[in-house]
Design a protein around this ligand. Structure first.
Ligand SMILES: NC(=O)C1=CN([C@@H]2O[C@H](COP(=O)(O)OP(=O)(O)OC[C@H]3O[C@@H](n4cnc5c(N)ncnc54)[C@H](OP(=O)(O)O)[C@@H]3O)[C@@H](O)[C@H]2O)C=CC1
Ligand SMILES: O=C1O[C@H](COP(=O)(O)O)[C@@H](O)[C@H](O)[C@H]1O
Length: 488
């Protein structure tokens, strides 16, 4: 029962409480957990940012955000009122030692000494070290504290190390929770259930039966209001180095011996370390980068990336990589990873392409088996099977799709932040990223970024509203493969 999962009372202190992430994702996620009975009445959420607001002013902003971002079916005025009572706010510049730390101290001192304290850093990551230092200097880090770090953890290995060292001086690794909202998605967590709770899946989960794996995260939106961040990041840093490599880890990891956090994270690190390096020799053939040009998305004409920015740019809005996991299980199985802005459709999915049966009793089958794990939207599974064609008095085959929705009728699917926010309170880091995962991911991704910056793979273009550049099609075609597109 949901109520049984109620967490202990907590104080959540959000740095960046007036920002987009807090308003659009964090507050609605907390609200839903309160609705589900998982948050006790004594719990408090204390927002901080430099914006000069009092408690009432912040509550007003939070109320507007809830009105806007919670779905109508879960909106209840009484519950919103209860939720808003949990909120407090203090104006604070997290990077300045002479800011109002005493004020934060006073608010936190109202709670029992052993109250769980979670600091959530929803600000630019360059500030994380300074905020941690000020928390430490002001004696705000207790043995019951944890810190949640938002992405991106660096733009390369060096900057990631700088951020991790900055925070690590004041918080031990076991108190650091690096969040990746893709692992917060039910459908990504479900990959573990699918693989390790179903012998019929587990038994065929290797190169003996699997020919290739595709991992896609495509979006119809452009860079929206985040151009200044995105143009310094690009698709590989924004989505592949973190979210999609995490998804790949779930698909490719060996079975962990338990669900103990470090056992699972060790299994992920082993995958990241087994990723074959992309070098100058294969960067042009195994990676594709591209920028969208003007086109039509959902019936609307949209400008190209550089027109949206108003200046030229060498930043990719599309990235695709043919990756290899050099373990016996995945020998010779390509993992095709891609992500795009301004794509034809919003879809995140994993496609497991099984090997073809060369010949059956009935001759060559019309298609080989394929499992599509729909991360979003239409969360669910699609399994393509060969079956007998009932229209014919012969053993002629046709294909059929078994469609298993993961949504439960009448039950809203949890947003990706919901479990993660409370797992930090529970002190369960299983779905958070350990430092060595960040480092291994950068060790694989950075040579691609370096090669691209040296023009070792050309910048391609694709029309907004298309599925991506022709070169990405060609990359798969060279293995006899084809991207899975839902719209075809
Ligand atoms: N928005 C999203 O969907 C996602 C965001 N993220 C990450 O979350 C973080 C926040 O993103 P987002 O909310 O979009 O960013 P915003 O720019 O919307 O918000 C930044 C927040 O940080 C506060 N802030 C800035 N400087 C300081 C400071 N010195 N001390 C205290 N607070 C400060 C700002 O308030 P003020 O200026 O008043 O101080 C504001 O509340 C980033 O790391 C981003 O990469 C990750 C995934 C998705
Ligand atoms: O972290 C990010 O993720 C979003 C996509 O998330 P999704 O849950 O909607 O698939 C992406 O738009 C953003 O650029 C990136 O920073």
């Amino acid at each position: 029962m949901e109520h049984a999962q109620q967490v202990n009372p907590f104080d959540y202190i959000i740095f960046g409480a007036t920002g987009d992430l807090t308003m659009r994702k964090l507050l609605p996620a907390f609200y839903n957990k309160l609705r589900l009975g998982q948050i006790p009445e004594e719990a408090r959420i204390i927002g901080t940012s430099r914006t000069d607001l009092d408690k009432a002013g912040y509550i007003e902003r939070a109320n507007e955000a809830l009105e806007r971002f919670i779905p109508d079916e879960t909106k209840s005025p009484e519950l919103i009122e209860r939720f808003l009572k949990m909120l407090n706010y203090i104006t604070l510049d997290g990077t300045k030692s002479d800011s109002d730390w005493a004020g934060l101290h006073t608010i936190l001192a109202e709670s029992p000494k052993d109250r769980i304290r979670v600091f959530y850093f929803a600000t630019a990551p360059q500030l994380f070290g300074a905020i941690s230092e000020n928390l430490s200097k002001n004696d705000l880090i207790t043995s019951h504290s944890r810190v949640v770090l938002e992405k991106p953890i660096g733009t390369n290995l060096d900057t990631a190390n700088a951020i991790n060292n900055g925070v690590g001086q004041f918080f031990p690794e076991n108190q650091i929770y690096r969040i990746d909202h893709y692992i917060g998605k039910e459908t990504v967590q479900n990959v573990l259930a699918l693989r390790f709770a179903n012998p019929i899946i587990n038994a065929v989960w290797s190169s003996e039966y699997i020919e290739s794996v595709q991992i896609t995260a495509a979006e119809t939106v452009g860079v929206e209001g985040r151009a200044s961040y995105y143009d310094t990041s690009g698709a590989l840093r924004d989505m592949i180095q973190n979210h999609l490599l995490q998804v790949l880890c779930f698909v490719a990891m060996e079975k962990p011996e338990s669900l103990e956090a470090d056992t699972v994270r060790n299994a992920k690190v082993a995958v990241l370390k087994a990723l074959r390096p992309i070098t100058d020799k294969n960067i042009a053939s195994d990676t594709v980068r591209a920028q969208y040009t003007a086109g039509t998305v959902g019936g609307n004409n949209v400008p190209g990336y550089v027109d949206e920015l108003g200046h030229t740019s060498n930043t990719e809005t599309y990235a695709a990589v043919r990756a290899w996991v050099d373990t016996p299980r995945w020998k010779d199985v390509p993992f095709y990873i891609r992500t795009a802005k301004r794509s034809a459709e919003k879809v995140s999915e994993i496609v497991i392409q099984f090997r073809a049966e060369a010949s059956t009793l009935f001759g060559k089958p019309p298609a080989s088996n394929r499992l599509v794990i729909r991360i979003q939207p239409h969360e669910g599974l699609d399994l393509r099977l060969n079956v007998k064609n009932p229209a014919l008095d012969t053993f002629t085959l046709r294909t059929a799709e078994l469609d298993a929705p993961l949504l439960i009728e009448g039950q809203p699917f949890p947003d990706s932040y919901e479990r993660l926010l409370l797992d930090a309170v529970r002190g369960n880091p299983i779905l958070f990223i350990r430092r060595d995962e960040v480092e291994s991911a950068w060790r694989w991704a950075e040579p691609i970024l370096t090669g691209w910056s040296e023009n070792k793979a050309p910048m391609e273009t694709y029309s907004a509203g298309s599925h991506g550049p022709a070169k990405a099609e060609a990359m798969l075609a060279s293995n006899g493969d084809k991207w899975h597109e839902n719209m075809e």
